[in-house]
Ligand binder design. Sequence first.
Ligand SMILES: O=C(O)c1ccccc1N[C@@H]1O[C@H](COP(=O)(O)O)[C@@H](O)[C@H]1O
Length: 239
Amino acid sequence: MALEIKICGLSTNDSIDWARGAGAGTIGLVHFPRSPRHVDLDAMATLAAHARRAAPDLAVEPARVVALTVDADDDLLAAIMAAAAPDVLQLHGHEDLARARAIESRFGVPVLKALGIADAADVGVAREWSKAGIRLLLDAKPPKEATRPGGLGRTFDWSLLTALDHDRSFMLSGGLDPDNVAEAVRLLRPGGVDVSSGVETAPGIKSRNRIAAFVAAARAADEEGAAAAAGRQRKDIEA
Ligand SMILES: O=C(O)c1ccccc1N[C@@H]1O[C@H](COP(=O)(O)O)[C@@H](O)[C@H]1O
């Protein structure tokens, strides 16, 4: 299973092309008015269509579209589904397990539930969600004074997640950037990585060069990890 790379908080067609051209398979569109990356429903529809357009010039598959919401009610989720038909709904608020399940069943798409990680107890919570079959996005816990629950460019102690028996199921986020993503991938071998602030020059302004550098670094570290795992498997068979 190849590493899923998600570039989040895109708000222009050009930045979607940069992400797709660099080899990121998943893009995230933020619908949260307090975010510098907020896009309204009309913009979300246009951007989602652009992300899915055939792009022989980029020689890549259509991108998977994730719509990011924070404690959205059913009316808002229905409006997002009608406008942009996202492949995944990212839940970045206080949604509990029952709410996440209700959303999956009502809207017929998988959710990606964001959980803030600051200590071993948070990892225990993540374990419970994983057991319940919900895909997780493990992010830094926002400080109390934060005006939004994510997109803050904050990292956390990744070594906490080595206690998670994850089978490459979760996506890692929180303060990832082109310089640290390889280390995170080597340490954890997550199923995916997600970045927003780390590929920007200012909040909400994406950088083509930083997106390309992020994707290249993440991909190379994942391929290195895959080769090492294959080598270990060969040795086990020979032994
Ligand atoms: O990007 C935002 O402004 C945002 C607002 C509200 C909830 C989540 C948000 N962003 C998501 O947070 C993680 C980590 O972001 P970063 O790389 O540390 O900036 C990622 O999923 C963002 O899309």
